[in-house]
Design a protein around this ligand. Structure first.
Ligand code: SAM
Length: 463
């Protein structure tokens, strides 16, 4: 069992090279296997990545659609990013927080954190992803931990933020332990690119330039007790086919070493931002390739949640919900203090520009109209279902007895607290439609009773 995650560039290059001569029968067999939710090995993933045969593509999309439907049902989990600090000591060519950009930077005060959270909670959010640049002086781990406590301590009439995920720079076991002790949900870190020469070219200076240190961050997080980790790459930096294989190899390393791979995979795609010239990036990913990649990840690791942000526009978000995405952000800003600034109509200075500018309610309403169940569930880590405990439940299929009731109960809460009468009616109809899908009779009854209690003012039920 390997202790070190190893991304062997030559191995990935040869997989992609050899994949071009994969016999038709092997591709069919790989797709049959995917159809049985068995995932895919490296050779199979590479073969699907390189195929341009329209029949193969059609099947990839249809299997991704079926997996999404079968494993995740109609549920879509919602979250929002909360930017704490844009101080950064790194020179990343794609990022507006690049240390060589001269502009006034900020770390939120605790009062500002509270103000941002008040606004986010008023939008209905219960799950946040904290974001920050890397600067151990202006944004030390103690500050991040203080912000986490501030967020969790805030209680509003309608509830509180119940899950805080964290997306901060790769750090030490000791620092990860502090995040663990603060009760974070998932620790998220994007590898940006698994292609080391590109990694070193786009991270010009700063601690983030160290490829191996960044790549081993999740190993340190696990050592510190964090067993829900979320990976991703920034699509657009290097060959996207190479990146998908890198992600899969990284995932397998975590499975082998810790018994559980990524809890989620995010699929951020490079978008424009201040001081960043997209023309400098020769590997920008077109829409068709992006859709194919999302579908292939979906079928390769069927039980791993997939996250899509507002980097993508409305139409692409709608499309990818069908192909595998199970979690989306809504109503986001990517600026430090951006939610308060938006309320005050102040100019934003974001990390990157978002392409889906709809507010949270518009996004949620459309999910309902499209037959989805917006879910504000935060139950798993609160019930101790993290790491391999979550994954084994997901793989057994029993997770449906947990996720669907929680989604319906949190939707009922959302409708009561944030919906007008039309929304309440839609939510009631959706709950009515879905409740019979809870296979376990006792859990179905509990869910019905709890939803009734929610309508009479009770809150925060979860299984
Ligand atoms: N500073 C931390 C780190 O180094 O990982 C936190 C990450 S940052 C707040 C969140 C993510 O935004 C980055 O990991 C990067 O992938 C993404 N990002 C940065 N610039 C971007 C751009 N121009 N377009 C899309 N995503 C971008």
């Amino acid at each position: 069992m390997s202790q070190e995650v190893c991304i062997d560039k030559d191995y990935i290059d040869s997989l992609l090279q050899e994949a071009r001569s994969t016999p038709q029968s092997n591709i069919d067999a790989a797709l049959d296997k995917a159809e049985r939710f068995e995932g895919l090995n490296h050779q199979e993933i590479a073969a699907l990545l390189v195929t341009e045969n329209p029949d193969h593509l059609k099947r990839i999309f249809s299997i991704a659609f079926n997996i999404k439907k079968h494993i995740y049902g109609n549920r879509i989990v919602l979250f929002a990013p909360l930017y704490l600090s844009d101080y950064c000591v790194n020179r990343c060519t794609y990022c507006a927080f690049n240390t060589s950009r001269d502009y006034p930077r900020h770390s939120l005060t605790q009062e500002q954190v509270r103000e941002e959270v008040r606004i986010l909670e008023a939008m209905g959010h219960k799950r946040l992803a904290l974001e920050a640049g890397e600067d151990n002086t202006q944004c030390p781990i103690e500050y991040v931990v203080e912000c986490i406590h501030t967020v969790y301590d805030l209680k509003f009439e309608n509830g509180s933020i119940r899950r805080v995920n964290v997306n901060i720079a790769a750090t030490t076991v000791e620092h990860y332990r502090k995040l663990f002790e603060a009760g974070i949900g998932t620790y998220i870190l994007f590898q940006e690119t698994y292609h080391q020469p590109t990694y070193e070219a786009v991270h010009i200076a700063g601690p983030k330039r160290d490829f191996a240190y960044h790549l081993t961050a999740f190993d340190r997080a696990h050592e510190a007790g964090i067993d829900d980790v979320g990976g991703g790459v920034l699509f657009g930096l290097a060959d996207p086919l190479f990146e998908v294989l890198g992600l899969m190899i990284h995932n397998e390393h975590l499975e082998e070493r810790f018994g559980v791979g990524f809890h989620t995979i995010s699929v951020p795609r490079l978008v424009s931002s201040k001081g960043v010239d997209l023309g400098q990036f020769p590997h920008l990913v077109d829409d068709a390739t992006f859709e194919k990649i999302v579908a292939i990840i979906r079928i390769a690791v069927p039980f791993t949640g997939m996250i899509l942000s507002t980097r993508e526009n409305h139409a692409m978000r709608k499309q990818l919900l069908q192909l595998g995405i199970s979690q989306i952000s809504a109503g986001s800003t990517t600026d430090v203090g951006g939610y308060a600034k938006r309320v005050q109509n102040e100019t934003l200075n974001p990390q990157f520009y978002v392409n889906d500018g709809r507010n949270a309610l518009e996004t949620i309403r459309e999910l309902m109209d499209d037959g989805y169940i917006p879910s504000f569930c935060t139950a798993c880590y609160r019930s101790g279902r993290t790491g391999d405990r979550f994954m084994s439940l997901a793989k057994s299929g029993k997770i449906r007895n947990v996720c669907l009731p929680n989604a319906l109960m949190t939707l009922a809460e959302y409708a009561e607290d944030y919906g007008d009468s039309a929304f309440k009616q839609k939510a009631a109809a959706a709950i009515e439609r879905e409740i019979s899908d809870i296979a376990h009779e006792r859990i179905q009854n509990i869910t019905v009773q709890n939803i009734e209690k929610i309508r009479h003012g009770a809150r925060d039920f979860y299984i």
